[in-house]
Design a protein around this ligand. Structure first.
Ligand SMILES: [Fe+2]
Length: 277
């Protein structure tokens, strides 16, 4: 991540700055400026608290191609609190026991825009919109250990904000594995804490880091403007353990049809018995 202090830019200048790092994208769920859809406005206070920013995550992991970088600038900083914490998920991977590195490197996780589902009401219209978003952003599998496309270093890539489950293992195993991984960014040695000043711009690598924005400034006001730089499809290591591609579907309808009790046209044992007689 890089910090730029005392940058009193217009919104046009800010967008121009952001475009130097790549193509800017528009967030499908966040509020952006009508004139500048690339700018997401994060304007929160006691009456409008932020939505689940107090969870470790990389931005937009629910996308097939999550952003490469996130840029944030401060326009109104609270008198107390409102820092942004970042964690190096590369350092989190490096700190693991080699046996665990190997184990996690063979797993894939299913990701969903689950945190943003709360934006849709339970009304007919709300549910209809949610279905439209589900079609635009279907669940995606990402490797649990992602290889950074530039420095080629492995890093942990799951988050409670988007990750639903680990593929190919049972539910209780998935929960335990994810709980272990979710604790990694909480280790202070992997963290950096940004104390905001007015007119500060920060840019972070959204592939190798996760971030967390505490809600400790409420009810004070904190206003930030975010830009998002397009990224590519995450990939894992090609060197996987033999026989480690877990494609067994132990969840969902396939299994129910093969082994479950809700099969259509199920022949009742009693009928067979009658025939046999
Ligand atoms: Fe975020």
């Amino acid at each position: 991540m890089i910090i730029f202090r005392n940058q009193n830019l217009t919104q046009e200048e800010y967008i121009k700055f952001g475009k130097q790092f790549g193509e800017l994208t528009v967030h499908p769920f966040a509020t952006s400026l009508p004139d500048h859809p690339e700018i997401i406005v994060l304007d929160n206070d006691g009456n409008n608290p932020p939505l689940s920013t107090d969870q470790w995550h990389s931005d937009e992991m629910f996308r097939e191609e999550p952003p490469a970088a996130t840029i944030i600038r401060s326009t109104i900083t609270p008198s107390i609190g409102g820092d942004t914490l970042l964690a190096s998920m590369t350092a989190a991977f490096d700190g693991l026991n080699p046996a665990l590195k190997n184990f996690y490197a063979n797993l894939e996780a299913v990701n969903d825009f689950k945190v943003f589902r709360a934006l849709y009401e339970g009304t007919y219209e709300g549910r209809k919109k949610l279905v439209e978003m589900e079609e635009l952003f279907p669940n995606v599998s990402h490797p649990v250990v992602r290889i950074h496309p530039v420095n080629k270093r492995p890093l942990i890539y799951v988050s409670p904000q988007t990750t639903k489950y680990i593929e190919g293992v049972r539910d209780f195993e998935s929960e335990q594995i994810l709980n272990m991984l979710y604790q990694l960014p909480e280790i202070p040695e992997y963290q950096y804490r940004v104390r905001w000043e007015p007119n500060m711009i920060i840019i972070w690598d959204n592939r190798s880091t996760q971030h967390y924005a505490p809600r400790d400034y409420l009810p004070h006001r904190r206003r930030m403007e975010r830009l998002t730089v397009k990224g590519g499809k995450p990939f894992g290591s090609k060197k996987k353990m033999k026989g480690s591609v877990f494609k067994m579907n132990i969840r969902g309808t396939d299994r129910a049809e093969k082994t479950g009790s809700h099969r259509k046209n199920l022949t009742r044992p009693s009928t067979n018995m009658t025939k046999n007689r």
